[in-house]
Design a protein around this ligand. Sequence first.
Ligand code: NAD
Length: 351
Amino acid sequence: MVVRVAVNGYGTIGKRVADAIARQSDMELVGVSKTRPSSEARMARDRGYPLYVAGEGKPEEFRAAGLEVSGTLSDLLSKCDVVVDCAPEKQGLANKALYDRVGVRAIWQGGEKAHIAEHSFNALANYRECLGAHRLRVVSCNTTGIARAGAILQRAYGVEHWEVTVVRRAADPGESRKGPINGILPTFTLPSHHGPDVRTVLPDLPIATTAVVVPTTLMHVHVNHVRLRDPPSQEEAIREEFRKHPRFVLFQDWQHIEGTPQVIEWARDLGRSRNDVMENVLWSSGIRLEGKDLYFFQAIHQESIVVPENIDAIRAMFQLETDPLVSMARTDRSLGILPTAAPQGSSPSRE
Ligand code: NAD
């Protein structure tokens, strides 16, 4: 079976998800939608993605910019089996009425509330629960990062308590109107919304989160303190546990990846599309076990970490693959994400 997929909203997340869908042999990208002509709209056209007009967009404005469109969002929805909604946060809820009217399956992003869908989704945490669903929500970038690590630690050792401070990037690189440019802003929702959001995919995880926003665009960083129920006797076992699972990178000291600037430089040097890092980034020296207390840092590339999860969500929804690890391996091969245990820095191998 080849699933016909539409992408509604072609911005930071949508353009990446569209590229990823175009690389899957069990999916066909039937089109993407934009609300107005732009260089991104032109890029979609240049990549051969049929372009449709969404929202209040006007086809004549696209034509005036030399961009032929194939119709409106309603036309696009009539041609697909599922729409991946990548519109700005909260807009997805407004779009739901249209999807319901057409009767098309839908996947939303983390900017929407959990109740929009039957399940919130994370491939390592709850893929099997989502098999056959008609409406899914791929959780946000920070939640995806915590849920991946949480699924592993909870299954291997049990978690008594987990506290995370989320050091959030202020804006994505393309967003020039957001700040701060000089300051650290505490998030006065205490605890922050990330903990409850993680529990939409791992309901029993005893996690509390707080957040600060800092003037960077590259990545988020999580400062984690986890009390394990049944910890291993050796700290190295924790690293091994991460290495056994997909979508983690563990940098060693000799690599001199001191922080997020070097992570992005590493992605650039590997020639990764848009410098994307779809894995959770950990440092070998940034993992410390003291009795039951596990401390670790992880960095999360907000623009791309949810991309492979969207692909797996489509597979779970249409039951194209029932084993999460098989789906993840397939997705990762197609996107050039190496298995975690592979030597870091080697070139991606392609399907
Ligand atoms: P974005 O602003 O970069 O892109 C949104 C796109 O949707 C734009 O191209 C915009 O023109 C288009 N759009 C506007 N109104 C529309 C409408 N009515 N219908 C269809 N498209 C419309 O936003 P983004 O960062 O890609 O975020 C999309 C979703 O992904 C949000 O739910 C967000 O919370 C979530 N998300 C974002 C990030 C991130 O760091 N950027 C990470 C994870 C999840």
